[in-house]
Write a protein that binds this ligand. Structure first.
Ligand SMILES: *Cc1c(COP(=O)(O)O)cnc(C)c1O
Length: 480
């Protein structure tokens, strides 16, 4: 059994095992025709159920053969140009290489004595990101597991910086299309049930700053303390970007912490063409970035950045066995002092390898491509009488629905769109997402694959229309 431990005597076994796994995935990439096989839960669950975890195979090849049946064959493949659903990106090879290295070395980024260079690499990437944002010389931050955790940590800091300890009076102001992790964070932070105040959006799904100003004034009158305004730079559904400069002005006027959730829009930080779309982000007190969304990094890769490094002290606790207080004066860099996590992956290495091999411009060009593709898709949709499209994209998302000329009953249109999405998923030909707009069912393309073409978009729209028409035809038959 010792032959399975990765060490000096097993290097050859390691090389062979990992290569075998890489070969399987490479073969998969080469032969995958569709983003999904359409497998159902009922079909797949028994295959996994049958496997007895207490009877190991004792053989890598056999385990990989089995993996083909339980996972690889039916996985949802984000690299396929017709995967158009959620905020998942195809990943860049230098990052995958970084992933292989970081899991083999298995550094843990909580303390210097578990990571050494890893800590310094992470710090340099934090500084790099903060500089791209324009947060200033006192900025800092830390890698996290994802945007959800980044938002939670930012709001923790905001709560601790707030002018009261009375949690019941604290308010978080955020647009009605902001991410649900704002709500979850409020709950975890012990805020009251009404703590999150939803600010309406305009036609383009951007926070109405007039409404924000009104709400800030109302809070002041009612004795409530706004502890943070959470602006969204790239809403999950629409990719809409709140008016950051105006929000920054209001935050400054009222002395409120400004958090920018750029989990999705952070790709613009590397953009060569559209960087201006997030100008104003430099005024933030804290920023969430998800490199695993628009920097083409494997999950997980995310960070929270702050304008004032000192605010991170609210996440600092000392343990004698790990990061005793004296290490601060000894200037030993322990990232755990800034993090909600303790043991923590060296995810930063993936971004490091990406920047060292491709450079930020390489990432920016890929993200620009998908933003431009979304513009083309928007033009296609607006010109197509079969579809109604919600907003012109600011990033790479299109929200639309099939609207048959002959059918006016809104409930039937809803059902036709729901059916089309399900039928498409079951066919595996393409994967699209769905959401609700003003109570009605819509479909969504999140375009993060530069390999997707307008021809793919046209083809998937035809597939959607075909499924919806089939549904409406059949429901007409049923009715007659
Ligand atoms: C995806 C997303 C999040 C959550 O990020 P995870 O990495 O999934 O935890 C937060 N905010 C926005 C706007 C997002 O799109």
């Amino acid at each position: 059994m010792r032959s399975h431990l990765l060490n000096d005597t097993t290097a050859e076994h390691y090389r062979r095992s990992v290569t075998e796994g890489v070969e399987r995935v490479a073969a998969k990439l080469a032969t995958t025709q569709r983003p999904f096989t359409g497998v159902t839960v009922d079909a797949l669950a028994p295959v996994i159920e049958r496997i007895d975890l207490d009877r190991p195979l004792h053989d890598t090849t056999a385990a990989l053969d089995e993996l083909e049946d339980v996972y690889l064959r039916d996985a949802v493949y984000f690299h396929h140009p017709r995967y158009l659903a959620h905020l998942n990106c195809p990943v860049v090879i230098p990052a995958v290489l970084g992933e292989a290295v970081l899991s083999a070395v298995n550094s843990s980024l909580d303390t210097w004595d578990q990571s050494a260079g890893g800590t310094l690499i992470e710090r340099k990437l934090i500084d790099w990101t903060a500089a791209r944002i324009g947060l200033g010389a006192a900025a800092d931050g830390v890698f996290t597991s994802g945007g959800t955790q980044s938002n939670l940590q930012a709001l923790l800091l905001a709560r601790e910086e707030a002018k009261t300890r009375d949690l019941a009076t604290l308010r978080v102001l955020t647009s009605e299309v902001s991410h649900f992790s704002v709500q979850k964070s409020a709950k975890l932070l012990g805020l009251g049930q009404d703590a999150v105040v939803s600010i309406p959006v305009d036609h383009d799904k951007r926070m109405r700053t007039v409404a924000l100003a009104r709400e800030l004034a109302r809070c002041a009158e009612d004795g409530q303390i706004p502890m943070a305004v959470v602006a969204t730079a790239g809403s999950t559904d629409f990719g809409s970007i709140d008016p950051l400069p105006e929000i920054a002005e209001l935050c400054a006027q009222y002395g409120v912490w400004m958090h920018v959730d750029a989990a999705y829009g952070c790709g613009l930080l590397a953009s060569l063409k559209h960087r201006d779309r997030i100008s104003g982000i430099e005024h933030a007190d804290s920023v969430t970035v998800d490199y695993h969304k628009s920097f083409f990094q494997p999950v997980s890769s995310s960070a929270v950045l702050v304008r004032d490094a000192a605010t991170l002290r609210h996440a600092t606790y000392h343990a004698e066995y790990l990061n005793p207080r004296r290490m601060v004066t000894e200037r030993i860099p322990n990232q755990v002092d800034k993090s909600l996590q303790t043991t923590r992956r060296f995810d930063a290495l993936k971004l490091w390898m990406t920047l060292r091999v491709m450079g930020a411009d390489g990432i920016g060009r890929l993200f620009d491509e998908v933003c431009d593709l979304a513009q083309d898709g928007w033009r296609l949709l607006t010109a197509d009488p079969r579809f109604d499209v919600v907003v012109e994209p600011s990033l790479s998302t299109l929200v639309f629905r099939y609207v048959p000329a002959a059918v006016t009953d809104p409930a039937s249109i809803d059902r036709a769109n729901l059916y089309a999405r399900k039928a498409l998923f079951a066919s595996g030909d393409a994967v699209v997402a769905g959401t609700k707009v003003a109570g009605r069912h819509y479909l969504k393309f999140t375009l993060l694959n530069p390999e997707t073409t307008t021809a793919d978009i046209t083809a998937v729209l035809d597939l959607i229309a075909g499924h919806a028409e089939q549904y409406l035809g059949e429901s007409l038959e049923r009715a007659s």
